[in-house]
Design a protein around this ligand. Structure first.
Ligand code: PLP
Length: 389
């Protein structure tokens, strides 16, 4: 018997589907097996040195030691607005249309508290990054799940959303380039989303964490590039993957000023902003020399090509991703996602993420993160080929 009964919102958390894989991973590791972890989307490469230098300098300045401004330093918000102008041709008012975040996860997790009341609906993709659904639930809302399936290029089918659901929906989450399917969205899809959201008065939250991870010159668009998107949309962004800064905890949300202001109002009652020295380093990241981003893309391109070729040679089927550092691979006939992941771990020491862990329609897939060096990836392919699945 627990002494302290947990709140309903924790009791209602969905079962943690990776628990079994985590347990087996520990077991296999304890046997002394050399594990190659292709599970986590956490870059293995270090943060570029010029960004670290900026942090060091800023950390020494006592002016940065006090509480930061809630919504972000003026300089950081201006750098974000300038970057949006340069990269996407989107104009933002740094004062009212940008808020800094303690990583984009923090902003996504807090957003429903600002706009979802008990009984309200959020339209949530599945399979997906789990935070959209859980944050909705924490706010007392209900998720209406929009399946992402191969036949529809892993885009939600807006026409399949029943009218009564759309009428109760306050928020829609989308994420392109997508985790976990690695799918991308074109402007035509974003235009359909804008029209739908305008008609139904829904705030669109576009999670854009992977826009800087396009391959072969492909530049994923911002949702806000579409005319009218700012009337209904907010975009979440992250420095985590673009600059190998997952541990630094810095991101931002931009777009509709009412949505930005609502999120800011929740945040100002929960956290006290991002450490200014980290924001100064963030300015250096987005406004400084961008050659590190090109180098990052070149690294993942080589890894992607190596891994796609190896997987195909081993008989696996997948779409070659145009963006993200994920591969969404079909499970061979005769396996479920979980059974395949277990076999790869137990017999080859490979950790992959079973697709159903991201939501039911992910069954039949597994996700590989390209967050190991090429030598380790080549080793992973060798082990896969030996398994002869
Ligand atoms: C789709 C997606 N959104 C948001 C995040 C959160 O990133 P961060 O909080 O580091 O900015 C991640 C991290 O893996 C992600 O995959």
């Amino acid at each position: 018997m627990e002494r302290f009964e947990r709140a309903e919102r924790l009791k209602r958390l969905p079962p943690y589907l990776f628990k079994e894989i985590d347990r087996k991973k520990a077991e296999v590791k304890a046997r002394g097996v050399d594990i190659i972890d292709l599970g986590v989307g956490d870059p293995d490469l270090p943060t570029p040195p010029h960004i670290i230098e900026a942090l060091k300098k800023a950390a020494e300045d006592p002016g940065n030691h006090r509480y930061p401004s809630y919504s972000g330093m003026g300089g950081f918000k201006e750098a974000v607005a300038e970057w949006y102008g340069r990269r996407f041709g989107v104009r933002l008012d740094p004062k009212s249309e940008v808020v800094s975040l303690i990583g984009s996860k923090e902003g996504i997790a807090h957003f429903p508290l600002a706009f979802i009341d008990p009984g309200d609906v959020a339209l949530v993709p599945t399979p997906a990054y789990p935070v959209y659904h859980i944050a909705t639930m924490f706010a007392g809302g209900e998720s209406y799940f929009m399946p992402l399936v191969k036949e529809n290029d892993f885009l939600p089918d807006l026409e399949a959303i029943p009218d009564d659901v759309a009428a109760r929906a306050r928020v829609m989450f989308i994420n392109y380039p997508n985790n976990p399917t690695a799918a991308v969205a074109d402007r035509a899809f974003f235009e359909r989303v804008v029209a739908f959201a305008k008609e139904k008065d829904i705030i669109v939250c576009h999670d854009a964490a992977y826009t800087e991870m396009g391959y072969n010159g492909y530049q994923p668009p911002s949702f806000l590039e579409v005319p009218g998107a700012k009337d209904i949309g907010l975009e979440f962004h992250s420095l985590s993957k673009t600059y190998n800064m997952t541990g630094w905890r810095i991101g931002f949300a931009v777009g509709n000023p009412e949505a930005v202001d609502g999120l800011g109002a929740i945040k100002s009652n929960i956290d006290s902003g991002v450490f200014q020295a980290v924001q100064m380093a963030g300015i250096e990241a987005i406004a400084g020399d961008q050659s590190c981003v090109g180098e990052m893309r070149a690294v993942y391109t080589r890894r992607r090509d190596l891994m796609v070729e190896g997987l195909e040679a081993a008989g696996f089927r997948l779409r070659v991703p145009k963006a993200t550092f994920y591969l969404w691979v079909e499970v061979p006939a005769g396996y479920t996602s979980a059974r395949l992941a277990t076999r790869l771990l137990e017999e080859a020491g490979l950790v992959v993420t079973p697709g159903n862990g991201f939501g039911e329609p992910g069954e039949g897939y597994f996700r590989i993160a390209l967050t190991q060096n090429r030598q380790r990836l080549a080793e992973a392919i060798e082990r896969l080929q030996k398994l002869n699945l």
